[in-house]
Design a protein around this ligand. Structure first.
Ligand code: ZN
Length: 309
């Protein structure tokens, strides 16, 4: 009994000491003062009143979903008991806290998902194809970038043309681009599933957020992951921005997620893949097929790109 008590006492002491110093490295590396670490049970909030590019990081010990200034973001590894993984600390610091040298003229390759013999996913009625929606939004993104004086190309020009994923990544390699932005539409057997998600590769040695997605690599895309993460975060933030009310119901925030998609693995440039909504959800379907809403979605994607670079 005595041994049990002393063990218990020691464990309590460690727990308290651990609590006191938990997330000290994460906070310091992200430029947040010790006093601004709030740990309540398993919920951690790191908040700063300093003028940093991000103000608040919230997450749950043992889990991957986090919030960065209110925008959903999946950590590369579950948050530890004492600190975030070194992969996540480095990624957040390089992607979101390191100043970037802004480029006056960007060169962006916009990739309308699918096309030609591959029409992508279909609406519940089967009459609307993903490739038509992705092309309409990609053309808008291209037009708006060009109107701002940037270079913008598409990986396919029309609905008829079939492009393999290899052809798309090779085009990205040949054009000397600043970023590759792939646009897709989601589908699910569950008609309630809805919302916007933006993908990057997982960090090297980390799992994707889809089921059965073990670590892979190193891959070409790993060399560009901090700017890819930066781009994904600002595009997701712009698409979900509530400070500029959209002309459609506010979409659900499914977050910045991670997957080993071919275009993210093999494009030698910062690369993201946006799932702009679910074909199989009535609310999302109404948004992504409406011409006015498509223009607004494109405007927000462009805003995210410009903000990131
Ligand atoms: Zn797709």
């Amino acid at each position: 009994m005595k041994t049990f008590l002393s063990c218990f006492g020691l464990a309590m002491l460690f727990a308290l000491a651990g609590c006191n110093s938990a997330y000290r490295t994460t906070a310091r590396e992200l430029g947040i003062y010790d006093a601004d670490r709030i740990i309540e049970g398993h919920e951690v909030t790191l908040k700063t009143s300093r003028k940093l590019p991000i103000q608040t990081l919230q997450f749950t010990i043992g889990q991957r979903p986090a919030l960065i200034d209110g925008v959903s973001y999946y950590l590369n590894k579950p948050a530890g008991y004492r600190d975030l993984s070194s992969e996540d600390i480095q990624m957040l610091r390089k992607a979101l806290l390191t100043p970037v040298h802004k480029k006056a003229k960007l060169n962006i390759l916009v990739d309308p998902g699918h096309g030609g013999s591959d029409s992508g996913c279909r609406s519940a009625s089967g009459t609307v194809h993903e490739q038509v929606i992705t092309l309409a939004i990609a053309r808008e993104v291209q037009a708006q970038l060009k109107a701002m004086g940037h270079h913008a190309n598409l990986t396919r020009p029309d609905e008829k043309t079939t492009r393999t994923l290899d052809e798309r990544t090779l085009l990205g390699a040949s054009l000397g681009i600043d970023a590759f932005v792939s646009i897709h539409v989601n589908a699910s057997a569950n008609p309630e599933a809805k919302g916007v998600e933006t993908y990057t590769l997982p960090a090297f040695g980390c799992e994707g957020t889809l089921p059965n997605s073990p670590p892979r690599g190193p891959l070409v895309g790993h060399a560009y992951l901090p700017p890819s993460t930066r781009l994904a975060y600002y595009v997701q933030k712009a698409l979900l921005d509530t400070t500029q009310p959209p002309p459609y119901p506010q979409p659900a925030d499914r977050g910045v997620r991670h997957a080993h998609f071919k275009v993210l693995r093999d494009t030698p440039a910062p690369s993201i893949l946006i799932e702009i909504g679910f074909m199989t959800n009535a609310e999302d379907f109404a948004r992504i097929t409406d011409a006015t809403a498509q223009k607004e979605i494109a405007r927000r994607i462009v805003q995210g790109i410009v903000r990131a670079f």
